[in-house]
Design a protein around this ligand. Structure first.
Ligand code: GLA
Length: 733
């Protein structure tokens, strides 16, 4: 048979046809964007219609080609459009809780975001950024979704950048940072509530169909009643060492909102971002609006592993100087309150030296002259040294500190003002309040309007002046004691931008401060833990978990914080709260960043000797506590004895903390407690440390393999006579 030569015109027609067919095929096919870390993959799918959906988030697969087969194995309801949308828009066919909703310049409220393109940027060997551009086909409006993964930590930070080129302003009615999608048989949410001195009270429950919202509307000190941290276990509540669990934290120090919706197909939609309550944001054309980051980590190895992921990410990438040391300190808040003078403080500076800690922290009460800060009714805002209490100024304190060989730090609360202050008299328009309504106070104070650049300059100047005038100033405690009532800004043109611009203004101030003083230690305080989140913590070296320093309470409070934040950031002070002996109080404070707030000169000599020795023990094990891995061995919620340990990165040194929680007759450690995180093949010497002077240990010094310690364990012999026991574990070489 003769094969006829194909004419040129037929050949070109065939080529054209092949191109059309392959284009149609490409259109009809899904494309996949896997976002991978060491153990996990989030797989996004671009549908033939160019919608971006999440088809998978879990353990990563060895063969990337198999990502395409995942979607068909799941049930996904499509009745009201894409339940698994990677960023749900609203006003068209999508009738679900949106991640974003807008009012366009012409008043139209529809948004239909479709995939345009994406880029993958390798930031370094550990960090990767995937940016995916979505655009509306009718309006010139676009959103870029950013997924920054930290490979070794299995952590992702996700945020959105929103912009438009419409003729006039667009209003963002909702503008979330992230919209996740998880698939499991059931979902168990652990979240937190609280109040002053009651921070981080957990609740864990199964999510039912409908939307559960975690949120805050407090403006400043926004985490007072509910912090933006939570965890979701898949299929069953995860244990410490087993189970699938996702941790999340919105990096935002203002109103937040987290929607958790079990959809009709039993999948979980999770939307996290700034709370849109009274906060529709007016966005000018050509201006980028970046949402805060939502950080999350997923593991199938339980709550302990998830917390270690987050802690190590935080030390490496988020909190200031996370790999550096921390200063032990003596604070005067509970020993003097507002009542001090130069002599008293000079004596405390001497005590700082006697105790052996690094720094003296002068708390509230050092400022205000026309309205002296002698209690919490007056003076806030007037950051001039009080001449009666400190006639020789701060210079006297830095000089005395230098002479004693210790460092000096100071308390400020720069975002706030007492109506009884010169600041309030001079700048009433700088204050957040409703012009036509009576003022309403928390702790007799009001919040300054940080959306106003002049106020930002003022607040920046408070810290900057202190550092400039006192170059030896080594530490700042930055407090924030009021929520926002009567939210209104005399500066803003669009009132509903205020809640968001307040936090952006605060971050602008802190950015400037950190640019000039990159490493100086600063404590994030908010009448306790009213502002602990990674948005704020990127500027601070540590936080104040709670004004509640009763040590039994602190065991629970610190336990819960530790799921999300590393120990070196937790400021734990020994105070006179609680009836426990000084050893118990100090041992509890050592599980973090150690400080004291007691009258040193009034301590019994044995108590003082114990504290001095504890400071040394703490320094000896600080590498494990500050930069090591934390393992929760026995929960205070379920056991008579709570137990926690920290292992340094070489697995050469570890410290175990044990406390009697239930003081009923005969309670204690009847069984050994298994250690974790050691090297099974190493030998370790185990001994009781931090004994009260004159006491002998009932735990014999002995050497064991790591395998023994992690299989059989150690019995710290905690009982009514030994309510707190510390065990040192040192590699025997
Ligand atoms: C807040 C802080 C305390 C102390 C006082 C000072 O309550 O949490 O530690 O600094 O303010 O007024």
């Amino acid at each position: 048979m003769k094969i006829l030569p194909i004419s040129k015109s037929i050949a070109s027609k065939i080529i054209f046809l092949i191109i059309v067919i392959s284009t149609l095929q490409a259109r009809a096919q899904n494309t996949y964007i896997p976002i991978e870390s060491k153990d996990n993959a989030m797989v996004l799918q671009v549908s033939p219609e160019k919608y971006l959906n999440t088809v998978y988030y879990g353990n990563k697969l060895s063969d990337k080609n198999e990502y395409a087969s995942i979607a068909q194995t799941y049930r996904i309801n499509r009745t009201t459009s894409e339940y698994n949308s990677a960023y749900t828009s609203s006003g068209t066919t999508n009738l679900l809780e949106p991640a974003i909703s807008v009012t366009h310049a012409d008043g139209n409220k529809s948004l239909d975001l479709k995939y345009v393109d994406h880029t993958v940027t390798k930031i370094n060997d550990d960090v990767n950024l995937v940016s995916i551009r979505l655009k509306d086909s009718v309006y010139d409006f676009e959103v870029t979704l950013n997924y920054q993964t930290y490979f070794n930590e299995n952590v992702t930070e996700q945020w959105s950048v929103i912009k438009h080129h419409e003729k006039k302003d667009v209003v963002l009615n909702k503008y979330a940072s992230a919209n996740l999608y998880l698939q499991a048989g059931s979902y168990w949410l652990k979240h937190y509530h609280g109040d002053w001195a009651k921070e981080m009270r957990p609740e864990e429950e199964q999510l039912t169909h409908g939307i559960k919202i975690l949120d805050s509307k407090l403006g400043a000190r926004a985490d007072l009643f509910q912090p933006p941290v939570f965890m979701v276990s898949l299929n069953k509540p995860a244990g410490e060492d087993n189970g699938e669990v996702l941790y999340g934290n919105l990096e935002w120090s203002g109103n937040f909102r987290i929607d958790l919706e079990v959809d009709p197909s039993n999948n979980l939609r999770l939307i996290a971002g700034i709370n849109n309550y009274a906060a529709e944001y007016t966005l000018k054309p050509n201006v980028e609006f970046a949402t805060p980051k939502f950080v999350y980590t997923l593991t199938d190895k339980g709550k302990g592993e998830a917390s270690r992921n987050l802690q190590s990410w935080a030390r490496k990438y988020k909190i200031v100087d996370g790999n550096g040391p921390r200063l032990t300190l003596l604070n005067n808040w509970e020993s003097t309150y507002f009542n001090f003078n130069e002599d008293k403080l000079a004596a405390i500076l001497k005590d700082t030296k006697t105790l052996g800690v690094d720094l003296f922290l002068l708390d509230d009460g050092w400022f205000g002259n026309k309205y002296p800060r002698n209690d919490d009714h007056a003076g806030l805002g007037d950051w001039e040294v009080n001449k009666t209490k400190l006639p020789d100024g701060i210079a006297f304190l830095t000089k005395t500190a230098r002479e004693e060989g210790v460092k000096f730090g100071i308390w400020i609360e720069p975002e706030m003002v007492n109506p009884k202050s010169e600041l309030y008299e001079k700048h009433p328009d700088w204050v957040v309040k409703q012009p036509q309504r009576p003022e309403y106070y928390m702790r007799n104070q009001l919040v300054l309007d940080l959306s106003n650049p002049k106020v930002q300059d003022f607040v920046y100047g408070i810290a900057d002046n202190l550092f400039t005038k006192n170059p030896e100033l080594a530490y700042i405690k930055w407090d924030c004691n009021s929520i926002m009532y009567n939210a209104y800004s005399a500066y803003e043109t669009h009132q509903s931008n205020f809640y968001t611009d307040y936090v952006k203004g605060l971050y602008r101030v802190l950015d400037r401060l950190r640019a000039k003083y990159p490493k100086v230690p600063m404590m994030l305080c908010s009448g306790g833990g009213g502002r602990v989140d990674y948005g704020a913590l990127q500027y601070f070296t540590e936080y104040w978990p709670s004004d509640n320093t009763e040590p039994l309470e602190r065991i629970f409070i610190q336990w819960e914080y530790s799921y999300f934040y590393p120990a070196l950031a937790s400021s734990n002070h020994v105070t006179d709260w609680g009836k426990q002996p000084i050893k118990f109080r100090t041992d509890v404070a050592m599980m973090g960043k150690l400080g004291f707030d007691v009258v040193i000169s009034k301590l019994k000599s044995e108590d003082l000797a114990f504290c001095q020795q504890a400071v040394n023990t703490y320094k000896q094990f600080s590498e494990a506590i500050w930069h090591g891995d934390q393992y929760r061995l026995q929960s205070p919620w379920d056991n008579d004895v709570a137990s926690v340990m920290y292992v340094d990165s070489t697995k050469g040194s570890a410290i175990m903390f044990n406390y009697l929680i239930n003081t009923r007759y005969g309670t204690g450690t009847h069984l050994p407690i298994r250690l974790k995180g050691l090297d099974p093949n190493k030998s370790y010497t185990v001994s009781e440390i931090n004994l009260y002077p004159g006491n002998r240990s009932s735990v014999a010094n002995a050497t064991f393999t790591g395998k023994f310690l992690m299989t059989v364990g150690v019995n710290p012999d905690v009982n009514a006579g030994r309510t707190s026991v510390l065990i040192g574990v040192q590699e025997k070489k």
